[in-house]
Ligand binder design. Structure first.
Ligand SMILES: [Ca+2]
Ligand SMILES: [Ca+2]
Length: 96
C-alpha cells in the first residue's frame, strides 16, 4: 500500500513539473508545427526547399523577405533557414 501511495505522489509531481515545462515549450512547438505544415504545403514539388515561386504562392510573408532569409544565397529557402531567421528575430526582440 505504502509503495502505491509513494508512486502515486511522485507521479503527480513529475506530471506537475512536466506540465509547467510543456506549457512553456508549447508556444514554440506550436509555432514550429505551424511552420512545418505551411512549409510542406508550400513545397509543392516536395524537394525540401522553397523556390521563389513556391514561397510566393504558399508563404507570401516569407517570400517578402526571401533574399534576407536565403542565408546561403542558393535561391531556395530551407526549413532551417526560415527557422534560423525566426530565432534571430526573436533574439532581436528580446534584446530591445
Ligand atoms: Ca520545392
Ligand atoms: Ca538557401
Amino acid at each position: 500500500m505504502r509503495y502505491l501511495i509513494i508512486l502515486t505522489m511522485s507521479g503527480c509531481c513529475v506530471l506537475a513539473s512536466g506540465a509547467a515545462v510543456a506549457q512553456d515549450r508549447e508556444r514554440g512547438q506550436q509555432a514550429m508545427q505551424e511552420l512545418n505544415e505551411r512549409f510542406d504545403a508550400a513545397d509543392t514539388d516536395h524537394n525540401g526547399k522553397l523556390g521563389k515561386k513556391e514561397a510566393k504562392a504558399g508563404m507570401p510573408r516569407v517570400s517578402e523577405h526571401f533574399d534576407q532569409l536565403d542565408a546561403d544565397k542558393d535561391g531556395y529557402l530551407t526549413k532551417g533557414e526560415i527557422v534560423g531567421a525566426m530565432i534571430d528575430m526573436k533574439d532581436q526582440r528580446e534584446h530591445h
